[in-house]
Design a protein around this ligand. Structure first.
Ligand code: GCB
Length: 601
């Protein structure tokens, strides 16, 4: 799905700012049809709210922070008169986890899946000069069939409680931009780009496919032009699909991004994307970018900050990327959901490599029991009572939406279809094998993975043979052998060697390792939770990785401390950040910096 852009043919208007907001505490808004009037007339308490922002931390009110169910957003929207001759689209970059949208009295959109965009053509509903009422009902509930899964229980006093099976706070709301944008009536509906760059010749190619929609599409021609950063044309083609060859191309490289612009012209419409020419290949236990072995250094991250929650924020993004650069990281994983598209645009421009993940996290009863404190979960994980065929269908939809949104980003070098499912129970292979196959089919140009959890060893994993890369989350020295770094080192080495032996030829990326750390807590002895322990633990992991040739990357958990649900495992959230939530370095940041700067020389 193409993001809204501005050019000679298209305009866009961000609908952010202060909207009206109401929590639907009694869950009666849909029955009472709150979209039919101003929110202030429908319900007793409305307030102003910022869009984009997660709503949870904006008000000093636990009933809002922990609300389970519907909340309502409302604003007014006007379309510039000139747009009404064109096609006008209403687009949400994300609504977490599902939303229904009305323009005046008419329902125009419904979408489930909290981290991918959705949109509708609303041209026929807009009038010149008129202020239209835009109402959005956002619901934050997670159930067994949703991605991510969760469970809502009703307490004896009638309150609903959301049990989340993953380790981050269930922020919700409109935390990404909302747009009204215009396109010509016949328009470029989609564009797919696959690039290649050959190390031996320096030649590059751009394969493209354009989809046109709207009126009279057959009569108009399509031109596709590739320009360099100076705006000079370096190649051109026509038709809906084809290849542009660039005999002496400048490649997109990690840490050295070079982006061409691919412009598409069809009738009156214009669309352009930034294109990095690069090749990705997995061969002989190596992850090759442009024919060179690439070693991932970096983090699993979260979209998370004080007050805003999961809202995208350009200032925070620029700061985070500057810190990645400072610490010597060349990559990150969008753990555990698709991040705002602005982040991928910026990673393209900065030459930061991305492992792009769906929101399929928490398919693991053992972890769910600990995190949600739920003792009465169903016996069988992969069953119609839990992770079911309905979950699988939603999971497939989540993969499709991720690939559709992010397929053209040079920075995205691998798809991760999920994090830490339990692959031991029966039914796991039947659940995941078709999803891995579908991902490959959707995008044969990128490697695929499914991030493995420590409790599933190489002999138990049912689908690792279907992955291009083995991604392992390992907590030696924390959840296992906590406090004994010597035993942890031995355990980690044996563990990684067993994986390398079981899957010869497949590269291994350690996608998580780390230790919760209270900033300011120091200790001469290696004591858990201290800054020194985190530093020593990370240094120990580095030593082990260097001894295993199949290991081609290390992503520390986590870039920064982040908010989680409450529980006895978490003190003010997850503290495994190498930076605090305020982005100040813990001692370990300097340890990593030293290692990663040396590795990249
Ligand atoms: C994991 C999960 C991550 C958690 C982390 C932890 O394995 O993938 O979401 O936050 O462990 O700190 O426990």
């Amino acid at each position: 799905m193409l993001k809204p852009i501005e050019n000679a043919a298209r305009e866009r208007k961000a609908l952010g700012g202060l909207w009206h907001f109401a929590v639907d505490a009694d869950g009666c808004g849909r029955d009472q049809r709150w979209w039919l009037t101003l929110l202030a007339e429908s319900c007793a308490t409305t307030r102003d709210i910022a869009v984009p922002a997660s709503y949870n931390d904006l008000f000093p009110d636990a009933a809002i922070r922990d609300h389970v169910g519907d909340v309502w957003y409302q604003t007014e929207v006007r379309a510039p008169a000139a747009w009404l001759e064109q096609r006008v689209v209403l687009r949400f970059d994300a609504a977490t986890h599902r939303a229904t949208v009305w323009l005046d009295d008419i329902e125009v959109l419904h979408h489930e899946g909290g981290y991918t965009p959705f949109e509708a053509d609303v041209t026929h509903l807009l009038q010149a000069g008129k202020a239209h009422r835009l109402t959005v009902c956002v619901n934050n509930e997670l159930h067994w069939h949703t991605i991510p899964p969760g469970r809502v229980i009703t307490l004896p006093d009638g309150r609903k409680r959301q049990q989340v099976f993953h380790d981050f706070f269930n922020y919700a709301g409109l935390h990404r931009p909302v747009w009204l944008y215009s396109t010509p009536k016949t328009y470029i509906a989609d564009l797919t780009v696959v690039t290649h760059w050959a190390k031996d010749t320096g030649a590059g190619t751009v394969d493209f496919k354009v989809e046109i929609a709207g009126n009279s599409s057959a009569k108009l021609s399509t031109q596709v032009i590739l320009r360099d950063t100076q705006g000079c044309e370096v190649g051109r083609s026509d038709g809906h699909s084809g290849r542009i060859a660039v005999p002496h191309a400048t490649p997109w490289q990690p840490g050295k991004a070079y982006l061409y612009t691919l412009e598409v012209e069809h009738g009156n419409d214009r669309y352009s994307v930034a294109v990095g020419l690069r090749s990705i290949e997995v061969r002989d236990s190596q992850f090759l970018i442009n024919g060179e072995p690439f070693y991932f250094t970096g983090f699993g991250k979260h979209e998370d900050s004080a007050v805003r929650g999961k809202a995208h924020d350009d200032a925070l993004m620029v700061h985070d990327f500057a810190l990645l650069d400072w610490v010597g990281a060349n990559s990150f994983r969008t753990s555990h959901y698709p991040y705002a598209e602005e982040v991928l645009d910026f990673a393209d421009a900065q030459g930061i490599v991305v492992i792009d993940e769906t929101a399929a996290v928490g398919m693991n009863m053992e972890i769910a029991r600990k995190l949600a404190g739920a003792s009465d979960l169903p016996d069988e994980l992969y069953s119609e009572d839990a992770i079911s065929s309905r979950t699988q269908a939603n999971h497939l939809k989540a993969i499709r939406e991720l690939v559709a949104r992010d397929k053209n980003h040079a920075c995205v070098v691998m798809w991760s279809i999920g994090n830490e499912p339990d692959l031991r129970p029966k039914g796991s292979g039947e659940y995941f094998a078709p999803l891995l196959a579908a991902t490959k089919q959707l995008d044969p140009s990128r490697p695929i993975t499914l991030v493995n959890v420590m409790m599933v060893g190489p002999e138990q994993d049912t689908v690792a043979h279907l992955q291009d890369v083995i991604c392992l989350n390992r907590y030696w020295g924390w959840y296992i052998e906590g406090g004994d770094l010597l035993a942890a080192e031995q355990g980690l080495e044996a563990d990684l060697k067993a994986w390398a032996a079981k899957h010869p030829g497949k590269p291994i990326v350690i996608t998580e390792y780390g230790a919760d750390t209270m900033p300011g807590l120091h200790s001469i002895a290696p004591v858990m939770w201290s800054e020194s322990y985190q530093s020593e633990l990370l240094a120990m992991h580095g030593r082990v990785f260097d001894r295993i040739p199949a290991v081609v990357g290390e992503h520390v958990w986590n870039f920064a401390d982040f908010a989680t649900s409450q529980g006895i495992m978490r003190v003010g959230g997850n503290k495994k950040g190498v930076f605090t939530r305020e982005r100040q370095p813990k001692a370990a940041a300097h340890v990593l910096r030293q290692r990663w700067q040396t590795l990249s020389v």
